[in-house]
Write a protein that binds this ligand. Structure first.
Ligand code: NAG
Ligand code: NAG
Ligand code: NAG
Length: 510
């Protein structure tokens, strides 16, 4: 019985049970969240979603690896980094080692992430207790070894993709769209308009596909077999049994792509419907800035305090030469000496500042949430990408005409100042950003409501299996990309045939 753990008396319990039978839609769902990456963005993305579901009466349990105050309000299990994932994931050293070593360290990183969760004593205790869940919501990116949790708890499986979709996620819902035409991250969102582009995309996708099936997936499968070998369903069946995947993306800023009903865009769901007010001190600092303010907030990968002294000098000198005031997210207490036009703080309400009309520009690492915020509030971005999706996020904004990109490791004063002055002086950056903002905001429902609606929807309809495009395994033909190979071959064949035909005609060969 689902309600057995509620601390209610017999009569109340009976009433609840009765109600539960009379109107199942008002029943509370028991939801287990599994977010195993130690990333601040997961905290920021999840917080409004969790609060909204909690407000609607659902019971939440969260397994998480990031530090986040919101989680303390709920029944949560913090998983320690018992496998020292950082040791594998030192992106700074990747330039000096072979590609194979990089691949292996990425694979090991994901293996450790999954093991951190499954080996956690609290998680093991949860798995061996007799609790059950209605829904399991997890980060589906490279966490295949965790999917068995849903089957273990006899729950409906939902994904929440922090960085948007990729082709592996599409296979989870029985869909294989992204190949030569679909803009996916690894091909730089290249739509494959020309034959050469499509061919290039196909090569990249095939490479991806092989790496996934030959290197990444076997490791995850082994973990699954170890921890979930007792389940009736096979690893393959579980992997392809996602009822819903919510994606932190939207076509208004990340290129349109074909999709299926069980993949739902919720990009922007972390943007509050009502913006909280700024602290008085900051508000005054922003409002008294005659030429506006610039916000600088680099992500967790490049902390300002870790920047080399000469880089800091360049940044400080450039800032002090500008008429704008600067708000700088600066970690730690050892700070450079700066003039009063620069406000430094370790903790900044970044969204509220970016949303302020007097904010002119965001200097950012290009993390997905910051980029969505900049798009939402219509602010140009000067980006210093260092990691994963940050490159494509900024590239997209560049294509939109509202961003510029620089490399922090080779940054010079001239480069930095030129970029800043140009972006502040030329009106087109602001104009493009505002155009994008209008587009992003023009949606029938707030993305958070969309996320909550579909979560409850698949729960109300027992996983909504009718939403799946293909309920069986991905067909062998698709599986091996045979259609693509044939497609490419026939296109080439056609082309060669055409050339030969034209040549024959020209030279009248018989
Ligand atoms: C579930 O576990 C609790 C305590 O661990 C026990 O009292 C209860 O009887 C169990 N319920 C079922 C259905 O096994
Ligand atoms: C797939 O999910 C549905 C709904 O959650 C569930 O009823 C079904 O048993 C699952 N099938 C497999 C093979 O896991
Ligand atoms: C800042 O200025 C103070 C006093 O002028 C000086 O003692 C200190 O070393 C300076 N700090 C830095 C980081 O330059």
């Amino acid at each position: 019985m689902r309600l057995q753990q509620l601390p209610v008396g017999g009569l109340a319990l009976a009433t609840l049970l009765l109600l539960q039978h009379l109107c199942p839609s008002t029943r509370a769902a028991r939801i287990l969240f599994v977010f195993p990456f130690d990333m601040l963005s997961q905290c920021k993305l999840l917080t409004p979603y969790l609060l909204a579901l909690h407000e609607r009466g659902h019971q939440l349990t969260i397994i998480h690896a990031f530090d986040c105050d919101t989680m303390k309000q709920f029944h949560s299990i913090f998983v320690k980094d018992r496998h020292d994932t950082d040791s594998d994931f030192d992106a700074h050293q990747w330039d000096t080692v072979s590609e194979w070593v990089v691949l292996m360290s990425i694979r090991n990183f994901f293996v450790k992430i999954v093991l951190n969760v499954l080996e956690s004593p609290e998680v093991q205790q949860l798995m061996h207790s007799n609790v059950s869940y209605d829904l399991v919501v997890l980060e589906p990116s490279n966490t295949d070894g965790l999917f068995g949790l849903a089957a273990h708890f006899n729950a409906i499986l939902i994904g929440l993709g922090t960085c948007g979709s990729d082709w592996t996620m599409e296979t989870f819902v029985g869909y294989r769209g992204s190949s030569t035409f679909e803009p996916v991250m690894w091909t730089g969102f290249n739509k494959g308009i020309t034959l050469i582009e499509r061919f290039y995309n196909w090569i990249r996708m095939s490479e991806e596909w092989m790496l996934y099936w030959l290197i990444f997936q076997p490791a995850q499968r082994a973990i699954h077999e170890h921890f979930f070998g007792h389940l009736e369903q096979s690893f393959e069946e579980i992997r392809q049994n996602f009822s819903l995947i919510l994606l932190n993306q939207h076509f208004s800023f990340f290129e349109a792509r074909a999709s299926v009903p069980s993949m739902v865009d919720v990009g922007g769901m972390h943007v509050p419907k009502q913006l909280p007010t700024l602290p008085a001190e900051l508000e005054q600092f922003i409002e008294e800035a005659q030429h506006g303010v610039i916000v600088m907030s680099l992500g967790p990968e490049i902390k300002s305090k870790d920047l080399p002294a000469e880089k800091l000098r360049i940044i400080v000198d450039t800032f002090e030469a500008l008429p704008q005031r600067i708000i700088w997210k600066f970690e730690g207490n050892v700070r450079p000496n700066v003039s009063s036009s620069i406000y430094m703080s370790e903790w900044l309400p970044q969204q509220e500042i970016v949303a302020h009309p007097n904010c002119r520009l965001l200097i950012s690492h290009g993390g997905i949430l910051s980029i969505i915020e900049a798009a939402y509030y219509g602010k140009p971005v000067l980006g210093f990408p260092v990691f994963f999706d940050q490159f494509r996020n900024l590239e997209r904004m560049q294509v939109e005409g509202m961003a510029q990109r620089l490399d922090i490791s080779t940054l010079t004063r001239l480069e930095f100042e030129t970029a800043l002055r140009e972006m502040l002086a030329l009106p087109q950056y602001r104009r493009k950003a505002l155009e994008l903002s209008q587009r992003v905001r023009d949606q029938p429902m707030h993305p958070l409501d969309v996320a909550v609606f579909w979560t409850e929807y698949v729960w109300r309809h027992q996983g909504a299996p009718y939403m799946r495009v293909s309920t069986s395994k991905v067909k062998l033909f698709d599986y091996y990309y045979l259609d693509n190979i044939l497609g490419v071959l026939s296109r080439f064949g056609l082309l060669i045939g055409l050339v030969v035909y034209v040549l024959c005609k020209l030279f009248k060969w018989r």
